[in-house]
Design a protein around this ligand. Structure first.
Ligand code: DX5
Ligand code: ZN
Length: 219
C-alpha cells in the first residue's frame, strides 16, 4: 500500500492536494497519511483535530493519523472518535500503550504504534500484540524531505518474521525518506505500507508518483 503524506502538500490547497492523489482512473493512494506535530514531542508544529475533521469531510480515503505529540494517552482517542481509520502513537511518548490501543480500537479505529529510528523493537513485542499497525520511522520524526536511514530495515525484517510466523498480526509501515531510490529495499525487508511525502508532492504529477512507487514494489 502507498500512503502519501500531506506534510509536503500545499496546506492552503489541501482539498485539491488530496484529490491529486485519489484514484480517478487508476487506483490512487490507499491511505492518506496525516502528520500531527505539537512542537514538543518533535521540533515542528503542523495541524490538529480541526484539520483532521475537515479532511474526513472532504475525502473517502482512509486517514492514517501519525501523532508526533506528547501525552497521546490524552489526545489520541479524539482522532479515533472523529473517524480516522488508523491512529498511530509513538511508543516513546505513550504512558500506557496497551490501554491506549484498547481505547483506540473501542473507538472504532485501528491502533498504530510508531518507533523512532533509535528505539529498539524487542522490548515492545508483547505490547504490539494489541496493535494493528507498526510504523517504523526511517528518519527522525519532525520534517519531510530527510534522508532514508537504512539501518531501521533490521527492525522491519524482525517485525516481518514475527508476522509471518503468526506471533503478531500487524501491517508493517515505513515512514521517512521513501522514494524511487529507497522503496525497493524497504519492500524487500517486508514493508506492507509505504508513507511518502516529498516523493509524491514534490513531483509534477502526484498521482503518477503514487503509481510509480507502487509499480516498483508490485513488480
Ligand atoms: C516525518 C513524517 C513523515 C514525512 C515523510 O516526521 O512523519 O510522514 O511526511 O516525508 P518524506 O517522505 O519526505 O520523508
Ligand atoms: Zn508520518
Amino acid at each position: 500500500m502507498i500512503a502519501p503524506s500531506i506534510l509536503s502538500a500545499d496546506f492552503a490547497r489541501l482539498a485539491d492536494e488530496v484529490a491529486a492523489v485519489t484514484g480517478q482512473s487508476g487506483r490512487g493512494a490507499d491511505w492518506l497519511h496525516v502528520d500531527v506535530m505539537d512542537a514538543h514531542f518533535v521540533p515542528n508544529l503542523t495541524l490538529g483535530l480541526p484539520v483532521v475533521r475537515s479532511l474526513l469531510a472532504t475525502t473517502a480515503l482512509p486517514l492514517d493519523c501519525h501523532l508526533m505529540i506528547e501525552n497521546p494517552d490524552r489526545w489520541a482517542i479524539d482522532y479515533a472518535e472523529a473517524g480516522s481509520y488508523n491512529v498511530t502513537v509513538h511508543v516513546e511518548a505513550a504512558g500506557d500503550p496497551v490501554m491506549l490501543a484498547k481505547d483506540l480500537r473501542a473507538a472504532g479505529a485501528k491502533a498504530g504504534l510508531a518507533i523512532k529510528p533509535n528505539t529498539p523493537l524487542e522490548p515492545y513485542v508483547d505490547v504490539l500484540k494489541h496493535y494493528d499497525t507498526l510504523l517504523v520511522m526511517s528518519v527522525e520524526p519532525g520534517f519531510g524531505g530527510q534522508k532514508f536511514i537504512a539501518t531501521v530495515l533490521d527492525k522491519v525484517r524482525h517485525a516481518r518474521r514475527m508476522v509471518d510466523s503468526g506471533h503478531l498480526n500487524l501491517v508493517v509501515e515505513i515512514d521517512g525518506g521513501i522514494n524511487a531510490g529507497t522503496i525497493e529495499q524497504a519492500a524487500e525487508a517486508g514493508v506492507d505500507c509505504f508513507v511518502a511525502g516529498s516523493a509524491v508532492y514534490a513531483a509534477d504529477d502526484p498521482a503518477r508518483a503514487v503509481e510509480g512507487l507502487r509499480s516498483q514494489v508490485e513488480a
